[in-house]
Ligand binder design. Structure first.
Ligand code: SF4
Length: 263
C-alpha cells in the first residue's frame, strides 16, 4: 500500500531551497520501494543532524530521530546495532558530516556499518548564515572568511573510497529523478552507503548555474566494481562534477561481524 510520507509541519526552508527537491526525491524513492515490496515502512528509521537539512525529519512521516551537530552517524549506528532488522537512513550537512562529525563518518565507513547517509552538501554552514565549511571552494567569501578562504576543499568521495566505504555516489538535488534512483540504490545496498548530494544554498551561496555547467553522469559500468577506477573518477584535476554510483561492493557488515562474536 502507498505510504503517506507527508506531515503537517510547515516547510520553513527558504522558498526554492533545493532541500525541498531532496525531500521529493526521498519520498518518491521510499514510496516506490514500499509499493514494490522492497521496504516495510515500519522498519524504516530516519535520522538527521543539525543544519538546514535537519528539518527534513519534520517533513517525513516515518520513524525519526534528530541528533546533535555532527553526531548523526553514532545515532544511526546505535539504532542499527540495537535492532539490525531496521533500515537506517540519515541526512546530514557538509558541516555536520565533514567538520564536526568527520571521525564518525570515517569509522562508520571503515567498519561497513549497514547505514545509509545522505549529505546535503551546500558547501557552507547555511543555518548559521554562511560560514565556510570543509567543502567550500578556495577563495570562498563568507561570514568567517570575508577576504576569501585560503583552504583547498575536502574531497568527501575520495575520502570515503579510501577508508573502505562499500557504496559511494554523488547526485545533484536539482535532478529529482537522478537523486531518487541513487537514494533507492543506496538503501538497497547491504553495508555502508555514502551519497553526496550537491545542494546549492540559494540564499548564501547560489551555485546553481556553476554546478549545472559542470555536472555530468558517469558510465557507472566503468568503475562500479573497480576501486582504483572509482578513485580516479572522483579525483579530477578539472572542475567537472561527475555524478553517479562510483563504487558498489559486497563485504561483511559491522552488524554481521558483531553477531558472530555474540555481542
Ligand atoms: Fe536552503 Fe540555504 Fe535557505 Fe538553508 S539558508 S533553507 S540551505 S536556501
Amino acid at each position: 500500500m502507498k505510504p503517506n510520507l507527508t506531515t503537517t509541519s510547515k516547510i520553513t526552508w527558504c522558498p526554492g531551497c533545493p532541500n525541498a527537491q531532496i525531500l521529493v526525491s526521498l519520498r518518491q524513492a521510499i514510496e516506490g520501494m514500499v509499493v514494490g515490496g522492497k521496504l516495510k515502512i515500519e522498519n524504516l528509521v530516519m535520522c538527521a543532524g543539525i543544519g538546514c537539512h535537519g528539518k527534513i525529519t519534520d517533513y517525513m512521516n516515518v520513524n525519526t530521530f534528530t541528533g546533535l551537530h555532527g553526531r548523526v552517524i553514532p545515532a544511526m549506528t546505535g539504532v542499527k546495532c540495537a535492532n539490525p532488522e531496521l533500515i537506517v537512513i540519515g541526512s546530514c550537512g557538509d558541516g555536520d558530516a565533514f567538520s564536526e562529525g568527520l571521525e564518525h563518518l570515517v569509522h562508520a565507513a571503515r567498519r561497513n556499518s549497514d547505514i545509509k547517509i545522505f549529505v546535503h552538501d551546500n558547501q557552507l554552514f547555511a543555518l548559521t548564515i554562511g560560514q565556510a565549511s570543509s567543502t567550500s571552494p578556495k577563495g570562498f567569501k563568507g561570514k568567517s572568511t570575508p577576504f576569501g578562504s585560503t583552504e583547498d576543499p575536502f574531497n568527501p568521495l575520495l575520502t570515503m573510497l579510501s577508508v573502505g566505504a562499500t557504496f559511494v555516489a554523488r547526485t545533484y538535488a536539482g535532478d529529482i529523478q537522478g537523486t531518487k534512483r541513487i537514494i533507492e540504490a543506496a538503501i538497497a545496498h547491504k553495508g555502508f552507503s555514502f551519497v553526496d548530494i550537491i545542494q546549492p544554498c540559494i540564499t548564501f551561496f547560489d551555485t546553481r548555474d556553476f554546478v549545472k555547467e559542470r555536472i555530468f553522469w558517469i558510465d557507472e559500468k566503468e568503475s562500479v566494481n573497480d576501486l582504483n577506477k572509482a578513485m580516479m573518477a572522483v579525483n579530477r584535476s578539472d572542475d567537472k562534477m561527475p555524478l553517479g554510483i562510483f563504487y558498489n561492493a559486497e563485504k561483511e557488515t559491522f552488524e554481521e561481524a558483531l553477531g558472530k562474536v555474540g555481542v
